[in-house]
Design a protein around this ligand. Structure first.
Ligand code: HEC
Length: 116
């Protein structure tokens, strides 16, 4: 019995030490809950791919980029424009860069920009 307890105790120590919770200083966003990994990617993608034209809050309008706070476009339209770019060719097509889920997440992100 004593052996078993010792074993359990050791197992506990190993598990406790093995957790990588205190991962070193990655980008601040990465410290958010892992369950929300999708959201982290969204913000990162937004910063890397979209801010140049749309600005941090979607209102910058570089190169005539649509004001995403005021946009009334639906999800389908957004998914399409993100995937294929704008008809006038100003907005880049991201279909080759982002996968289906990422495109949808980005479309949803721009929908959420509207609310505030
Ligand atoms: C090179 C500049 C540029 C970049 C980079 C860019 N956009 Fe755009 N975006 C535009 C322009 C310009 C329009 C308006 C196109 C039009 O009027 O047909 C637009 C329109 C949109 C629309 C439609 C809104 C509306 O009301 O018409 C969405 C949604 C959108 N962009 C999301 C994104 C996302 C998400 C990214 C990053 C993955 C991104 N854009 C990156 C320039 C850009």
């Amino acid at each position: 019995m004593k052996q078993l307890i010792t074993l359990l105790f050791l197992a506990f120590i190993i598990v406790a030490c093995g957790g990588g919770e205190d991962a070193p200083s990655e980008a601040p966003l990465a410290s958010a809950n892992k369950v929300e990994a999708k959201e982290i990617n969204v913000k990162k993608i937004w910063k890397v791919r979209c801010i140049a034209c749309h600005g941090i809050d979607g209102t910058m309008g570089t190169n005539g980029a649509a004001n995403l706070k005021l946009s009334d476009k639906d999800m389908d339209y957004r998914v399409n424009i993100i995937k294929n770019g704008s008809e006038n060719g100003v907005m880049t097509a991201f279909g080759e860069i982002l996968d289906e889920d990422e495109v949808k997440a980005m479309a949803q992100f721009t929908m959420d920009l509207r609310e505030d």
